[in-house]
Design a protein around this ligand. Structure first.
Ligand code: C2E
Ligand code: MN
Ligand code: MN
Length: 420
């Protein structure tokens, strides 16, 4: 590859990107190896017209890389696989108008041998950072946050995913429950919400399925719009009947309801409570999950219905928190017992500094408000480890159990590997 003039970058042809990550340096990596790593990086990056900085604080790396989009993407793939460090967390990836570190090449800064303020000053001197660019200010803030919070992001050693494995346990099975009851418009699959550490099932979520067992998108599409709310309310009877066969004393059932059911069907709460007691359940055993997937037209009657549910002792949860409309506006108006963080924020959280910052602050906010937090869509051990390490204890996801039609059988629980 030919070397380009780093300052007159042709943005039309080459998408200039800036990528920033942090990582944990292997504890046994010696200074000589770090020196070699830096030297190798300088040579390789120069060949590929990659510029930037690398900061080392004695336990973590923080690197800014800038260059052509595809070249940076390829380099980052290799960086992730490099065994000399772990917990590589992406902090920023964005297009840029110009290179900030073109003059410096790949500059190395060691926090151990220099004062933090002096390092920041040096970086600003080396760089072409112009504070009138908002993006530049963000890069400076990220650098100074790293310098300020050195070591704070280290994952506790107890929560390294290699410390854990999963163990299958048959939780419960009701083989006599028919897989499909005749003349039913729908069925339900159950998925446990687990307290992974204590090995307890906190609740089961009832997820609607078609008579043939398919997932809900087609179901919802199949029902006429005006009948949808009534259908959503009526079919809960069946979810409660299923739960009454399965729930233990201290276990609960979560059901999903469109907000429109609560706001537009007169007496919806009463109907729901009748269904609950008719199935032999107590209202305290039921949690109603609402997602604000649609604009709620009659806000007042929606909140009135939630109030009636509370008076009856039924639990309430905000589902898919952080996705769509289901967010801070709803929380500011109404504080539920439980918040379920949407799976888009959970997936690959161990790799994303952005998701970590968002989820950490949701968890802190809920702690302050006394609200339980559930992480939805947990599929990987690494995701669970990261979430558990910041104090989230309730989980729902394929890692522990998939939804099972009319039943619930195997749950996989994390157990600690023997320390050798
Ligand atoms: P939800 O309430 O957020 O339910 C969780 C969904 O995530 C379920 O999809 C479940 O199968 C899926 N899921 C659970 N763990 C994982 C995981 O680790 N990875 C991935 N990729 N997915 C996971 P499902 O059953 O397809 O339901 C989709 C949505 O349909 C539900 O999302 C809920 O909003 C809605 N829904 C289900 N049943 C009802 C109902 O009776 N009434 C209403 N109004 N909506 C319902
Ligand atoms: Mn739900
Ligand atoms: Mn959800």
């Amino acid at each position: 590859m030919t070397r380009r003039n780093l300052f007159n970058y042709d943005w039309k042809q080459n998408m200039l990107t800036t990528l920033i990550y942090r990582s944990q340096v292997k504890p046994d990596l010696r200074q000589a190896s770090i020196d070699k790593l830096v030297l190798d990086a300088i040579i390789k990056n120069t060949e590929n017209s990659i510029t930037g900085i690398l900061i080392y604080d004695g336990s973590a790396f923080f690197q800014v890389l800038e260059g052509e989009e595809a070249v940076i993407a390829e380099l980052f793939r290799r960086i992730r696989d490099d065994k000399r460090h772990s917990s590589v967390v992406l902090l920023m990836q964005d297009y840029s108008a110009c290179r900030r570190f073109g003059a410096a090449g790949m500059q190395f800064f060691n926090v151990k041998s220099s004062d933090k303020d002096a390092i920041l000053k040096d970086i600003l001197t080396f760089s072409k950072i112009r504070e009138k660019y908002l993006q530049d200010e963000r890069i400076i803030r990220l650098i100074s946050a790293f310098l300020t919070y050195c070591g704070r992001h280290t994952l506790p050693s107890d929560f390294r995913s290699a410390m854990w494995r999963l163990e299958d346990r048959i939780h419960f099975t009701r083989s006599q429950w028919p897989a499909r009851l005749p003349e039913q418009l729908c069925q339900f699959a159950l998925q446990p919400i687990v307290e992974a550490f204590t090995g307890k099932v906190s609740a089961y979520e009832a997820l609607i399925r078609s008579p043939s067992g398919t997932a809900p998108i087609k179901m919802v599409g199949a029902a006429a719009a005006d009948k949808l709310y009534h259908f959503d309310l009526q079919n809960k009877k069946q979810a409660f009947a299923l739960a009454s066969q399965i729930l233990k004393e201290d276990e609960r059932l979560s059901v999903n309801l469109l907000p429109g059911v609560l706001s537009s069907i007169p007496g919806a709460v009463e109907i729901l409570l009748n269904q609950i007691t008719a199935a032999g359940l107590r209202p305290e055993q039921v949690i109603v999950e609402v997602t604000e997937t649609e604009a709620i037209t009659d806000q007042e009657s929606f909140y009135r219905a939630l109030k009636s549910l509370r008076i009856a002792g039924t639990g309430c949860a905000i589902d898919d928190f952080g996705a769509g409309y289901s967010g801070l506006g709803l929380l500011a108006r109404f504080q539920p017992d439980k918040i379920k963080i949407d799976m888009t924020l959970i997936q690959d959280i161990h790799l994303s500094g952005v998701k970590q910052a968002i989820v950490r602050s949701i968890a802190r906010c809920c702690e302050e408000l006394g609200i339980m937090v559930v992480a939805e869509g947990v599929e990987k051990m690494e995701e669970w480890c990261w979430l558990e390490s910041i104090g989230i204890h309730l989980f729902q996801g394929y890692l522990f159990s998939r939804p099972v039609l009319n039943d619930t059988c195997l749950i996989r629980w994390p157990v600690r590997n023997q320390i050798i």
